[in-house]
Ligand binder design. Structure first.
Ligand code: GDP
Ligand code: MG
Length: 370
């Protein structure tokens, strides 16, 4: 039994208790009284009917229980794709990201390499792309396990000299499990030992037959060393993104996921977060994992101060009470009293979990928010 009563739920949905009881009886064949606890399956059903989605992170000790508006009557607009590079170690993920960043970001706007913040955005004539620079598929998988699906497209990087290696297959399996489209970057084509045909054959053997060989997979030859093929790869990413018709609601409290976070000597806790819906503004009260605070300052990936962050935009924020974990959800709470209540409850929950590690899975209605 979870401690959500009919009364609580009705209150959260701003509806009369009697209407909720009627709904439960007519639609879910459930006879309930005002103080009755509802299972989260029932709560999810009710929320769904009222245009919300109940998201329960899979990590058992995760307290953030989030309600996402399903989007009825919301202002949904296009957003740029979020891309993660995956692949075998040393096949060139970091080099490709660096090359893209150097040529598409730093040179055009800054003339210098900017600091690593875990994610960055590239502006191209045809659109923007957000790249997540997560350290390997462990991070990707850890995030997914916590319900934080932050990636729209996976670029599977395979060195054309080495060909497919064990971690290539692993990365591919993770991407498949996440159900995201995969584009193959056949890297290191500048090397004399590169053998693109052999690689295409290998790709075919694992179910990634390239388009030019009669398959369905987009496979682009690239070199992170010379820059060859990079523009083509970016084109393909944008093309794939267009087909996905990615959208997000802009007119609601911001929420998203923590990409990475650290303690900075001068600035206190600093978190790189990715806004997934809504617009995050300076001064917003944010709950991120077990931490909270008012957004003191926001910076884009070029370390320029910004006042608001749109969906798909990675930003660095300061002002949190502590360092959240990568993969933590964050969300804005407008009502300060409610926010403090949630934070206190989360802290209490954390303390309790430390005392009794088996006591978990309590759905806290206080964490439901609009
Ligand atoms: P990661 O482990 O996948 O991030 O791989 P890195 O980006 O660290 O690259 C591993 C090594 O391969 C480094 O020494 C890079 O300089 C080298 N490398 C990466 N891409 C290329 C490429 O396109 N051509 C050549 N010749 N070397 C590359
Ligand atoms: Mg690397």
């Amino acid at each position: 039994d979870v401690p959500i009563t009919v009364k609580d739920l009705a209150e959260k949905l701003s509806m009369r208790t009697s209407d909720l009881i009627k709904f439960l009886m007519l639609k879910l064949k459930l006879l309930a009284n005002i103080n009755q606890s509802l299972s989260h399956e029932i709560v999810a059903e009710v929320l769904k009917a009222y245009g919300y989605e109940l998201v329960l992170p899979e990590k058992p000790d995760e307290i953030v229980r989030k309600v996402k508006k399903a989007g009825k009557g919301e202002q949904w607009k296009g957003r740029s794709p979020i891309v993660t590079f995956m692949g075998h170690v040393d096949h060139g993920k970091t080099s490709l990201l660096d090359m893209i960043r150097r040529t598409k970001v730093a040179e055009s706007e800054h003339g210098g390499i900017t600091q690593h913040i875990g994610a960055y955005e590239v502006k191209l004539p045809r659109g923007r792309i957000t790249f997540l620079d997560t350290p390997g598929h462990e991070a990707f998988t850890a995030m997914r396990a916590r319900g934080a699906n932050a990636t729209d497209i996976v670029v599977l990087v395979v060195a054309a000299d080495d060909g497919i290696m064990p971690q290539t297959i692993e990365a591919y399996d993770h991407a498949k499990a996440a159900g995201v489209p995969i584009i193959v970057a056949m890297n290191k084509i500048d090397k004399p030992q590169a053998n693109v045909d052999r690689l295409k054959k290998q790709l075919g053997s694992i179910g990634l037959l390239p388009e030019d060989w009669g398959g369905k997979t987009i496979a682009v030859g690239v070199s992170a060393k010379t820059g060859e093929g990079i523009d083509h790869l970016l084109e393909m990413i944008l093309l794939e993104a267009e087909m996905l018709e990615l959208k997000a609601p802009y007119d609601m409290e911001a929420s998203g996921v923590v990409i990475e976070a650290k303690m900075s000597k001068g600035r206190g806790p600093v978190a790189t977060i990715l806004v997934q819906q809504g617009v995050l503004k300076e001064g917003d009260f944010v709950i991120a994992g077990y931490q909270s605070g008012r957004v003191r300052a926001m910076f884009n990936d070029l370390r320029q101060p910004i006042e608001e962050a749109l969906p798909s935009q990675p930003v660095e924020v300061t002002g949190l009470s502590g360092v959240p974990e990568a993969g933590d959800h964050f969300y804005v709470v407008r009502d300060e009293r409610k926010a403090r209540e949630i934070v206190e409850q989360k802290q209490e929950e954390l303390r309790r979990q430390r005392l009794e590690p088996l006591h978990k899975n309590h759905l806290r209605l206080e964490d439901l928010h609009k």
